[in-house]
Design a protein around this ligand. Sequence first.
Ligand SMILES: [Cu+2]
Length: 261
Amino acid sequence: MDSKRTALTTLLGVALLAVFADPALAQGYDSTTEQLIRSLNTQLLYMAIPITVLVEGILIYTVWKYRKNDDPQPTKENRRLEISWTIATALVLLVVGYASYGVMANDYVTNTQDGNNIETNGDAVVVDVTAKKYLWEFDYPEQNVSTTGTLVLPKGQNVYLNITSTDWLHAFHVPELGLKQDAVPGQSHVIKTKITSTGTYQLYCAEYCGVGHSKMLGEVEVKSQQGYQNWLQQQSSSSGGSSNNNSSSNSSSLSSSGLAH
Ligand SMILES: [Cu+2]
């Protein structure tokens, strides 16, 4: 068997292995947003691995084959070869562009709605998220409930987070749910997602905002529909609908100034 054939067979074998060994398939996703982003990442990886193996393989093979060549000759012009690799590259770019656009333009990933006037298209939870040095406030305008530090959400229902800041740049970031959005004073940015598993997820501030930045943490607590309804009821009955935290005066002044809505 000649060396060219050996090299080609090895390349093909590695490429096939890369395509069929699929560790990502087994893992579950915790939100629609996370699923879209991570699936795209996996798809692009599967395209990149065979291309990388092919290019590096040809390079290594060429270096090895001509290692004793003291009189190298320039490659003759080959129009057919040039046209082929131009078309192949264009095809790869088109597929990457198409797959990326499908995810980036999805409203679970990029939501361009006006935070003050969210169209929910039916049954959905809307929460106003307000960042300030160095904590997170959550207001449920329809239920008249406010909390600090812990964002409670239902599983399996569309959620709209209307994110803003009162003082400074911050960023709302929940890596396990694939959520990240800047919190900008005077502006509202909307995240739409649907969370598919109950549990507690870590919330970080992802924009350096001062000495308290590293401690500007929070939690996202995802409950079943029933658990969420019970929690809402508990909140509005135990505190007269105002707040369950020690900064209720802050959140009510926020609401009246209109920043939180
Ligand atoms: Cu920060």
